[in-house]
Design a protein around this ligand. Structure first.
Ligand code: NCD
Length: 365
């Protein structure tokens, strides 16, 4: 839809109301992805992973977006999302720049976010951004649609510079949810994939943007039910549970982890998001012992059920889990999957799937 709204009016809209404006021109919210899109992205991620391993495949892949320039604008702490986007961009040959601290950008001189974003998109063909303000990503998207600069995609479409939300406030982290789905689908492949499965989500569900976005994606998998294990003060907020109700996804809160473990086909742990607590002392808020996954809990977990975590992890996961010889401990694989999912996402966003077909054909020849 044409952007006929002022910035203020656009930001007043709910995420759902913004969707027709966004279309597939940016990645702001998990709700933008329906089941065919999710299946396609998982398949493309698998193909990219295989291509990179074949002789000459990695070199061909690095030609696909070689003439593009990306900015990774991460002004909130990040290790893996930042690195995973950087490496995914490198796999496709994109040139990369980063801004990681507002203090050394012109925003410290009082420049507004929209002016800064407008400056960024004068130089780059993609902005990936992480920001503590949940309105920053939609504001950047609005700016990109209103600015004059356009890019031409390989399929001939002329589009505004795409914006990817790599974590916005406490609300959304859509690309993490995509890689979580990819990991879940891969881990559950032998038992028929995600459809009809029970997911146990634990930790800080209230402010955990990864679990919130992942829960939204679960509306695309028929028969999935969700168990939300969290202390009352960190329980999932009604905006998500109402959306689950509307989509017919069953869910229920749990006041401990152990009750859910034997029922779960997958477990997704998260840390307490205490950066929002404005702590006046050093250190961090410890996880309640009823929501800690200990090594011996593996005995309660079903044989096919993977244990996921978006990372970084803290005391909610027993460190002894890191080096156990158990395939169900999936969070380090999940981290690596993130890079491949982001390679797939970039190809799709840049309309470059045909170039992937061609790279595969040339590699086979
Ligand atoms: C998450 C985030 O930033 O929301 N990290 C990540 O991107 N993998 C989770 C977290 O910080 O707890």
């Amino acid at each position: 839809m044409e952007m006929d709204l002022s910035l203020e009016d656009f930001l007043e809209l709910s995420e759902e109301e913004q969707l027709p404006y966004i279309g597939d021109r940016a990645v702001l919210y998990a709700q933008q992805f329906d089941r065919p899109a999710l299946d396609e992205l998982c398949a493309v991620a698998d193909r990219c992973r295989a291509l990179a391993k074949s002789p000459g495949g990695a070199a061909r892949m690095a030609e696909i977006l070689r003439y593009r320039m990306a900015l990774n604008f991460f002004v909130q702490p990040s290790s893996r999302t930042f690195m995973s986007f950087n490496t995914a961009q490198a796999c496709l040959g994109l040139n990369r720049m980063s801004v990681r601290d507002l203090a050394i950008s012109s925003m410290s001189k009082g420049e507004s976010l929209v002016d800064s974003v407008r400056t960024f998109i004068s130089y780059v063909d993609l902005v990936v951004m992480r920001h503590s303000d949940e309105l920053a990503a939609p504001a950047a998207f609005w700016t990109a649609t209103k600015a004059h600069r356009r890019i031409t995609l390989p399929d001939g479409r002329v589009v505004p510079v795409p914006i990817i939300n790599a974590g916005s406030g406490t609300r959304q982290h859509p690309t993490q949810a995509l890689l979580d789905v990819y990991t879940l689908q891969r881990s559950l492949r032998r038992v028929g994939g995600l459809d009809g499965k029970t997911l146990l989500l634990a930790g800080d569900l209230k402010r955990g943007r990864t679990v919130r976005s992942l829960s939204m994606l679960m509306t695309q998998y028929p028969g999935v039910s969700l168990l939300f294990a969290a202390p009352e003060r960190y329980q999932m907020l009604p905006d998500i549970t109402d959306a689950l109700d509307r989509a017919g996804v069953s869910w229920r809160p749990l006041d401990n982890l152990v009750d859910g473990l034997p029922l779960a086909d997958a477990v997704y742990m998260t840390r307490i998001q205490d950066e929002w607590d404005k702590l006046d002392r050093k250190g961090f808020v410890r996880a309640d012992h009823r929501f800690v996954f200990r090594k011996e809990h593996l005995d309660l977990l079903r044989p096919h059920a993977p244990l996921l975590h978006p990372l970084p992890k803290r005391d909610e996961l027993d460190p002894a889990l890191d080096y156990v010889d158990d395939d169900r401990v999936a969070y380090w694989r999940q981290e690596r999957n993130g890079m491949w999912m982001r390679v797939g996402l970039l190809l799709r966003l840049f309309g470059a799937l045909q170039a992937l077909d061609e790279a595969e054909a040339a590699t086979r020849a």
